[in-house]
Design a protein around this ligand. Sequence first.
Ligand code: FMN
Length: 363
Amino acid sequence: MAVPGDEFTFPRTGATLRNRAVLAAMTNKQSNPDGTLSDAEINWLLRRAEGGFGIITTAASHVTPGGQGWVGEMGVWGDHQMPGLTRLADGIRERGALGLAQIFHGGMRAPEELTGEQPVSASENPCTEAHCGHSRELSGEEIEGLITAFGDAAVRCFDAGFDGVELHGAHGYLICQFLGEGTNRREDEWGGDIGSRAGFLLRIIEEVKSRVPDDFLVGVRISPEYRKIGVKIEDSLVLSEMLVESGIDFLHISCWDCFIPPSDFPDDSRMITEWFAEPLSGRIPIISTGAIWDSSEAQAVMDQGADLIGVARAGIGHADWATHASNPDYSPARPPFTPKHLAEQGLSKPFIEYMRNWKGFVE
Ligand SMILES: Cc1cc2nc3c(=O)[nH]c(=O)nc-3n(C[C@H](O)[C@H](O)[C@H](O)COP(=O)(O)O)c2cc1C
């Protein structure tokens, strides 16, 4: 059985990772208003590349100005963003990690006060939550335009020197809104059963793959279940089969907590990762993320069938988390952390303030 300190090679491209630890995408609110990367954002990620992670994933970054979900978000929609993207991608590679840019569009969760435009989605969806808006339904022509925008963004990431992109289909943003039966009630080719609701994502994959070189990694992150938007685990399993067929390089399942079973099947003792690993193992690399803090938890998720383990909050608290991947007894301090500790770990003041939104994280 593999262990977190083992190397890993992506079967299709042959790209090799020094270990199984993936720094999962984390929004950190440090980008400039025009979507360019700040020194603080580059620094926080390069510290984690130095800290031994096999993969460094950027924060979610919007592919069109209208897709921006929050203030301080990095963008991959304009050539003015290229110098910062290039500096980040080069720095990640120089430190021995692979760099992935996570690309997305907020859809109904790209608020008008930020973008100046009414939010768009698969269907008209009222939304009263913070950072959300009453969306209008996208036209077929606009959907085609967004698919092209994802392709443009991926080409930009390639040109900047990233090793690949992670298409953000999780957490209720536009791709997820297309996947969910609650938010996608379209009666045209883009709506219907999961096969049709997946059409937007599958077309994005096709577009991206047709425009980047063959050895550029293309993966997808999904929420295995997201009740508010109407994504069910049964549909996600069907979707994952379609994703294997599409030829992507990895499937990243965002579990939030890898140690609880799916909420619709609390009596089934299998954890979410196992639901996916059982049918997919050996057919597509699986990354699983959620509540991994120490080496024994990382090993447990690999034993559930994940090829790679995603680490988010532990990687904020401990920049060098991944250098301990081979030590089965590694058990780093858990939150709350003092602002001083977080500053020492390479977080700027705005990022530390943002982390106060995560209950119990900052002392
Ligand atoms: C500060 C913060 C920002 C996040 N931003 C993103 C993001 O931009 N994209 C994404 O897919 N997930 C995002 N997540 C979710 C994480 O990638 C991860 O799935 C989640 O935190 C659970 O993993 P953990 O228990 O290791 O923290 C974020 C999480 C945190 C804590």
